[in-house]
Design a protein around this ligand. Structure first.
Ligand code: TRP
Length: 333
């Protein structure tokens, strides 16, 4: 791979099925960046067990996620695609960084506060130190950019702080990465609660990549629109969050501007607009679903992809890990 290219890295936890928000907000943009960057994308399986998982489901979803990454246009010849658990350096650097991340810093993480409130019976140490593992995920590859959603920005900032702290003691070991937050246009909100981002935890408002067309259409027909009196298709995220979210989705898929969409539905109510967005989504997801289903049946191919990915990722990651081990004073093996 070309050494002069900047490096980009991101991961998604295979703790739920991928949905339209993951696709439009993240994966679709990743696929567009491949010529410009050297890209690493992984299934963050180590992170998922901070919350109890059903083992068979986790295994199935992890493989499905890889098949869907590829079906969404992440070419495994051009991107490094791998499972986090296949590259031991993540856990190894994770431990080291645990020792350079402060209790107070971890206590302030909003995701920890949210998740420990949600899973009161399982506030485990991994849930607490998760951001140090995430810092390791990132810093191993010396990336320039880490594309993440707004909700992960705090973790990338902590990663920068930990990297700077380490570099301050031992010299320049880690590159300091920048978060790469997609423009507002790609932030997809839930169809039933347009105030919060699309999430598997509210399945009625969430469109999954592998979902059947009739189920997708039903979700769009039932999408919450706004109770304002004008009832026309107009972009105004404050006064009309529901309609604006649908416009966002329609715009991300068709490439049309908000003005063009307003003109297209001029004089028509929400009743005409919603199924039209549903249709656009169905047609956008159809080839992805078909391709992912086909790829998933080809176990040999998938295995080849994730093994080659882990090998490439390990090469890069081990280089950083060796440097870290040496700096902190471990005897070289
Ligand atoms: N914490 C991320 C999430 O829950 C997933 C993740 C783990 C990640 N490691 C990462 C994202 C490294 C970007 C870079 O969505």
């Amino acid at each position: 791979m070309d050494d002069t290219k900047k490096i980009m890295l991101s991961g998604i936890q295979p703790s739920g099925d991928l949905h339209l928000g993951n696709y439009l907000g993240a994966i679709k943009n990743w696929a567009d960046r491949v010529e410009e960057f050297d890209c690493y994308y992984f299934m963050a399986d180590l992170h998922t067990i901070t919350v109890r998982q059903n083992p068979a489901d986790l295994r199935r979803r992890s493989l499905e996620q890889l098949a869907q990454y590829i079906a969404c246009g992440l070419d495994p010849e051009k991107n490094t695609l791998f499972f986090q658990s296949h590259v031991p350096a993540h856990a190894q650097l994770g431990w080291v960084l645990d020792c350079y991340t402060m209790f107070g810093e971890l206590s302030r993480m909003t995701q920890f506060k949210d998740k420990s409130a949600k899973h009161k019976d399982n506030i485990n140490a991994g849930l607490f130190t998760y951001p140090a593992l995430m810092a390791a995920d990132i810093l191993l590859y010396q990336p320039d950019y880490v594309p993440v959603g707004e909700d992960q920005k705090q973790h990338v900032e902590l990663t920068r702080d930990v990297a700077q702290r380490f570099n301050g003691i031992y010299g320049p070991v880690f590159k300091i990465p920048e978060p790469y937050i997609p423009k507002a246009g790609a932030r997809i909100m839930g169809l039933t609660v347009p105030g919060s981002k699309m999430s598997k935890s509210i399945p009625e408002g969430c469109v999954f990549l592998m979902e059947k067309p009739e189920d997708i259409q039903r979700k769009f027909r039932r999408a919450v629109t706004d109770s304002d009196t004008e009832r026309c298709v107009r972009y105004d995220p404050v006064a009309k969050p529901g309609v604006s979210n649908l416009m966002n989705i329609y715009s991300a898929i068709t490439g049309r501007t908000f003005e063009a969409i307003e003109a297209e539905f001029d004089g028509q109510g929400y009743g005409a607009f919603k199924p039209k967005v549903g249709e656009a989504v169905i047609e956008c997801l159809r080839p992805i679903r078909e391709e992912a289903t086909r790829i998933l049946k080809d176990k040999g191919y998938l295995e080849g992809v994730y093994r080659a990915g882990a090998e490439k990722a390990s090469r890069v990651a081990n280089k950083t890990l060796r440097k870290v081990y040496k700096k902190v004073g471990f005897v070289q093996p």
